[in-house]
Design a protein around this ligand. Structure first.
Ligand code: FAD
Length: 459
């Protein structure tokens, strides 16, 4: 490690990325001030009783491991080994995520994870959290960050001239960066929104659906999913168009909601006793993809996590990608000591294209989840894909590459396209496994994916 000067670093936002990044910095000996706009979530009542959960996978777990937080966090996590598909008659079919049926992603409460990260971060001497402090304004020439107390309204200048902006999809610091010359920015909303509903635990905290699966009710243009919580409940999320014939706009009465659920999700009716109350009490939220460039300003500012690249949630990678940003930034710190110009430039160079790739894959996965998982053709190709993985070492599905490996997202995207082309050649015009030419498959895989390719952890 190169010699560094132990400067004070400002961190905007004590969300998932901010709380984790604070630890990476403290481990390097930096003093860190974390400014969070909201009150301390450990001391206030939760989010209207809702319990949002997230899928945590290998990239996120790696960051937790490096910061010494893996063991504690994984105690709160529930492994999910595949998708449980619910058809319109309530029939359930399990689709494993990986060829070995052992690899899994983990369901974890977003709030509990965030609280734990903060508590663990606070145990480091150099880290100080400042709640009810909104980052308000950034002076890019001096690196001065103006912070406003959200209770008193008082403004002050934070000490230090280096700011890591972890202030989420609607980042105030990125907003100021937008006013600098040649800053590219786009935000694109889906026509679908989402609403959260709850399946409560059964008697004695039992799980009323399979505990170790991510449940999906694919219905073509829309879908519902459910992830397990440690108390036996499931958090359901309905992804549904805002407007149109089948839309939130048209589900405006209790009768309409009941009829809709009876028709499309009949098996959930006995499981969601508060459906009608929850449906109207819980907000309908929007889904946005945010792209921007650059992510950095000289040696003074860098955007991290959703502030740099908010994505839609259909690959379960927003937080994982945000945590991977922190891992990469940490590597850049190891390489360049306290030369923040070099650290930021390399971080941006290593992450920007990967963020683009996962943003695209997340959008594409929405179509797969809501539509094609229930489609015969898709299921046949999935079967062939699993066989290719079992028979031929170098073949990994895109899902495996994204969720169970740490190869760059851009590379997972590239290999995923090659997979598609190989599957097209092997399955076009065929619908029976007996018709698949596995000799040809082996040749194509070795030629196009490389005979020696593997990812650690897979037999
Ligand atoms: P955030 O977690 O949003 O944190 C930003 C923080 O900054 C907040 O605490 C906020 O209060 C604070 N802040 C904002 N403005 C200011 C300001 N001006 N000054 C100071 N503080 C400020 N990801 C996954 O990996 N897996 C999943 O399964 C998954 N599911 C999802 C499901 C849904 C419905 C949604 C919407 C997202 C999902 N995500 C998932 C994405 C994940 O939630 C985000 O990618 C992740 O929270 C990003 O972390 P962050 O720290 O960058 O931002």
């Amino acid at each position: 490690m190169t010699k560094r000067d132990f400067a004070t670093i400002n961190l905007a936002g004590a969300g998932l990325a901010g709380s984790l990044m604070a630890v990476y910095l403290a481990q390097k000996g930096y003093a860190v001030n974390v400014y969070e706009r909201r009150p301390d979530m450990r001391k206030v009542e939760g989010d209207q009783g809702r319990s949002i959960n997230l899928a945590l996978s290998v990239r996120g777990i790696q960051a937790l491991r490096e910061t010494g937080m893996e063991e504690h966090v994984m105690k709160m996590a529930i492994p999910m080994y595949g998708r449980m598909i619910h058809d319109e008659n309530g029939l359930q079919t399990f689709q494993a995520y990986s060829r070995d049926r052992k690899s899994c992603i983990y369901s974890i409460s977003r709030a509990e994870l965030n609280k734990s990260l903060m508590t663990m971060a606070e145990s480091f001497e150099g880290i100080r959290f400042h709640f009810n402090k909104a980052c308000e304004e950034m002076d890019f020439s001096s690196g001065k960050l103006v912070v406003k107390d959200t209770i008193s309204g008082e403004k002050s200048v934070a000490p230090g001239t280096i700011t890591l902006a972890c202030d989420g999809a609607f980042s105030a610091i990125r907003y100021d960066m937008q006013k600098t010359p040649r800053f590219d920015f786009s935000q694109t909303y889906l026509a679908h929104g989402y609403k959260e509903l709850t399946i409560p635990p059964g008697a004695g905290g039992t799980f009323l659906l399979e505990k170790h699966a991510l449940h999906i009710w694919p219905r073509g243009h829309f879908m519902m999913i459910a992830l397990p919580n440690p108390d036996g409940s499931f958090t359901c999320t309905l992804f549904f168009p805002f407007e149109g014939e089948k839309s939130f706009a048209n589900l405006s009465t209790t009768e309409a909601v009941h009829t809709f659920f009876s028709e499309y999700f009949p098996d959930t009716l006995p499981l969601i006793p508060d459906l009608l109350n929850d449906f109207f009490a819980n907000p309908t939220s929007s889904l946005v993809t945010i792209r921007c460039y650059p992510w950095i300003w000289e040696d003074k500012v860098a955007l991290i996590g959703d502030a740099a690249h908010a994505i839609v949630p259909f690959f379960g990678q927003g937080m994982n990608a945000a945590f991977e940003d922190c891992t990469v930034l940490n590597q850049c710190m190891e390489e360049h000591g306290s030369d923040w110009g070099k650290i930021f430039a390399e971080y941006q160079q290593l992450r920007k294209n990967n963020a683009e790739a996962i943003a695209n894959m997340a959008l594409e996965n929405f179509v797969e989840m809501r539509d094609t998982v229930a489609d015969e053709r898709f299921l046949f190709r999935k079967k062939v894909e699993h066989l290719l993985g079992q028979k031929f070492g170098p073949y990994f599905s895109r899902y495996e590459l994204v969720s169970f490996s740490r190869i760059p997202y851009e590379e997972a995207y590239r290999r995923g396209l090659i997979n598609q082309a190989i599957l097209d050649e092997l399955t076009d015009g065929r619908s029976d496994l007996a018709e698949i030419d596995f000799e040809k498959a082996e040749t194509l895989i070795n030629e196009r994916l490389g005979a020696d390719f593997t990812i650690p952890g897979f037999a």
